[in-house]
Structures are given as structure tokens and as C-alpha cells.
Ligand binder design. Sequence first.
Ligand code: CO
Length: 177
Amino acid sequence: MLLPILIVGDKRLRNKSKELKKSEINEDFQKTLSDMFETMYDSHGIGLAAIQVGIEKRFLVLDLGQSELAEGEEGTRDQRVLINPEIVEREGEIEWEEGCLSCPDIQVMMTRSQKITVTYKDLNFEEQKIEAQDLLAVAIQHEIDHLDGKLIIDQLSALKKEKYIKELKSSGRRVVR
Ligand code: CO
């Protein structure tokens, strides 16, 4: 089932999401994850944070399967679910032009850590740790920003940000609340 994605202007995107509890990992949660993947693929995204579909909990889905392919290669699924993720180490810097399903029609040059170590809980609520670099590192940092109420447009100057929001509203896009 496709879920509606919250768009900039919706105040919920600014909330700090709460930790997910082990008891919340049930059938409904599995269904939510599968809906989030479906919604993400439908919008051609590589990551989606729960708050983007209105759930104020600290988890996110990622699939870089398509983006890492060489030309002509078949697409594969590379689904990842990170629950209560936390960046525990950072190294280096990388610039990346990022888009966001909650910020239509804009790309923003972001400075991110090039390499990160992330701890998170898996679907069995077991503690996991991964090292990520480049696109995967960027994608995780982007989605964790969502869990903290941050958006890529926060990097724009106040003037540019205002202009963007004004244009978005006048474009006739449905800006939720
Ligand atoms: Co985003």
C-alpha cells in the first residue's frame, strides 16, 4: 500500500522522532516497513524515514540496489532497515548533491562525513554495527537528519529557503498543513 509522503511545510517533519521499543516490532510494523519500501520505490527514492510517512519513530528504510549498479546490470534489491540508528564514529568529509522526497523539485549540496560507523537495532532488536562510506554514509546521515527534524533545505540561506517554499506553494502542489 502506498503511503502519503509528508511534504515540507508539514510541521510533523520538524519533530524529533522517538525511539522504537522492542514490543512495537509486530505484524503491523512489518506491514508498515513493506508499505514504506513500496512507497519509496514508487517515488524512485533510495531512503525513507518513518516520519516522512507520519510515524514519529526512529527507524528508516534504505535500498541502494539501483543506484550502485553499473550500466546494463540488472536491478537487485538491497533492502536495509535501521531501527534506533546512531552515528558513533565519523571520518572525513564529502560533498553530495542531495534530493529528498519531502522537498520536491530541489537538490541541495550537502557536506557530510565520508565514512561513518552506525549502531542500530535489527528486526530481532539485536544490536548491529555497520561501517558505511560514500553514498551509503550520505543516505544514512540524510535519513537520520529526518529523525531529528532536519531537512536539506535548512542548508539554504534564509532568503533562498523562503523563495523555495513560496514557489512550492504556488506550484499548486498539495502542501500538507
Ligand atoms: Co529526505
